[in-house]
Design a protein around this ligand. Structure first.
Ligand code: NI
Ligand code: MN
Length: 229
């Protein structure tokens, strides 16, 4: 069965896992890195990491168009439910088994105000486990934190880490994150969308190769990374 991850652009991902498509943090209309829209993207499930617009902007439209439920935090779920979206509202540390595999909400050190200014609870990351036990860690928007080591203890096959700086970890802290997580493979995202988070991903990948045993993959928006299931 296919296990792959497409970087749609910014923090928006489409993960093909267990025969299903899981779209993470749908942000299309105002996203300068993609021409994808909520009408063109397929989704069986949607994950939303927190309430910031660059992660939730098109969640309602994508769910309406595809019928996909949203897996997120209790607070973000409540906000989406008011707009008619079907949700699973988990909390930190909680894991849910779904037909594609498992999803666990991991700690993220970041804010989570909703687009209308209402309370959004905690920001989170996601740990996905495929039917054959492959683990994909999506850090989402976060600073570096030492307990990434605990996530790494689960055996991470692929870590997807922000390197943009300003809103999240920058390249130096993301490199330290690789050392804590010890993933087999790593992919940077949440950079290059706007001038504020412009970075050199190839230079970062070279540092990962020089200083860790992880294999770094630099994708362009729209590229797909194939993983061994
Ligand atoms: Ni954010
Ligand atoms: Mn963000």
């Amino acid at each position: 069965m296919t296990l792959s991850l497409t970087w749609i652009g910014h923090a928006t991902l489409a993960v093909n896992i267990g025969g299903y498509t899981v779209v993470v943090d749908p942000f299309f209309a105002d996203n300068p890195t993609t021409e994808a829209t909520s009408e063109t993207v397929a989704a069986d499930y949607i994950l939303v990491s927190h309430g910031h617009n660059d992660h939730i902007a098109d969640a309602v439209a994508l769910s309406e168009h595809t019928g996909a439920p949203v897996i997120t935090t209790l607070e973000v779920a409540g906000w989406l439910e008011k707009q008619g979206v079907q949700t699973h509202g988990l909390n930190l540390g909680g894991q849910l088994s779904l037909p594609f595999g498992k999803v666990k909400l991991t700690v993220a050190v970041h804010g989570s105000q909703m687009p209308d200014g209402s309370y959004g609870g905690c920001a989170v990351g996601f740990l996905l486990t495929s039917p054959k036990g492959r683990k994909i860690y999506l850090a989402c928007d976060t600073a570096l934190f030492g307990d990434m080591r605990l996530i790494g203890e689960e055996g991470v096959d692929l870590a997807v880490l922000p390197i943009g700086d300003y809103f999240t970890m920058g390249p130096d802290d993301a490199l330290r994150a690789v050392k804590l997580l010890e993933p087999k493979q790593v992919m940077p995202y949440h950079y290059g969308t706007w001038d504020l988070i412009e970075q050199d991903p190839d230079a970062w990948a070279q540092r990962v190769s020089a200083e860790t045993s992880a294999q770094a993959h630099v994708l362009k928006p729209g590229d797909t990374l194939q993983l061994v299931e």
